[in-house]
Design a protein around this ligand. Structure first.
Ligand SMILES: [Zn+2]
Length: 277
């Protein structure tokens, strides 16, 4: 019997999700995840919440053990993951408070481990084979539909689709970098969307990104640029309704055994060389 079927990974400013929870620690072949996992229930669905940066926000984006986080969720039985995160808007019309559900991601991180299949033996002696998975559509279409419908149902007109560019951080972008990102036609910028989605695909997990715009990025405005205080302030103003949207999304997701999206068949016959949890 699985402990949870749906995972929610909370980002900056989002350190707890459910009121009535059971806290458990999970270890993985890749080390410990960012924090304990908090198990609870929404509309009869079992949910595991994990604060991405740790509950005291002690982990910067480049120090998060993304592999451990996704592995821990899967080992609890999770098959569908919702990943809310704070982002900067790259277009004037995507101001603070905008909820954008991206359909594409661009990786501008540096040196993050982004695969389970790197040929390094696991503690049990098994060695993952090398695999190259299809990632043309990085997000779960079913999860995206559920998130968009949930936001609409809460009178929050979400942006359907767009490109999330993920930078290494922890600093914010320069004006030149920001203008360049916008000129590419990308929509929002964040620091944690990669490699989370890529690792989810390797574990055949459905992954849906919900990005909350907390600021206009440096190239989009003429002020002093982005500050961490501003990000947390705007996130705090919106966390109540983001939580409601996540609740409604969880309730609308299909059961783990009735998924019929591309994520479930991600491996398409690849010999993984390891047993997924
Ligand atoms: Zn899916």
């Amino acid at each position: 019997m699985a402990d949870a079927e749906i995972g929610v990974i909370g980002g900056s400013g989002f350190y707890s999700f459910l009121d009535d929870v059971t806290e458990i620690t999970v270890d993985t072949p890749y080390g410990p995840p960012s924090d304990s996992l908090f198990l609870g229930e929404i509309a009869g669905r079992s949910v595991a919440f994990l604060p991405r940066h740790g509950r005291g926000h002690h982990l910067p984006p480049h120090r998060i053990n993304y592999r451990a986080n996704m592995w821990a969720l899967r080992s609890l039985g999770v098959r569908q993951v919702l990943g809310p995160c704070a982002v900067g808007g790259l277009r004037p019309e995507y101001g603070p408070g905008t909820l954008l559900v991206p359909d594409q991601v661009v990786d501008r991180t540096k040196g993050r481990v982004q695969t389970y299949f790197d040929g390094v033996p696991l503690p049990d002696g098994s060695v993952p084979n090398v695999v190259h998975l299809t990632f043309a559509d990085p997000y779960c279409p079913t999860g995206r539909r559920a998130a968009l419908a949930a936001a609409g149902g809460r009178d929050w007109e979400p942006v359907d689709g767009g490109t999330l560019v993920v930078i290494e951080g922890p600093r914010f972008s320069t004006r030149a970098e920001s203008r360049w990102h916008a000129a590419q036609g990308w929509s929002v910028v964040g620091m944690t969307g990669h490699p989370e989605a890529a690792l989810a695909r390797e574990l055949s997990l459905c992954y849906t990104s919900l990005t909350l715009v907390t600021d206009l990025d440096a190239g989009t405005e003429t002020g002093d640029g982005v500050s961490h205080e501003e990000v947390l302030k705007v996130f705090g103003q919106n966390i109540g309704r983001l939580r409601e949207v996540l609740f409604d999304t969880v309730a609308a997701l299909p059961g783990s055994t009735t998924r019929d999206c591309l994520c479930t068949d991600a491996h398409q016959g690849w010999d993984l060389g390891i047993e997924l949890p």
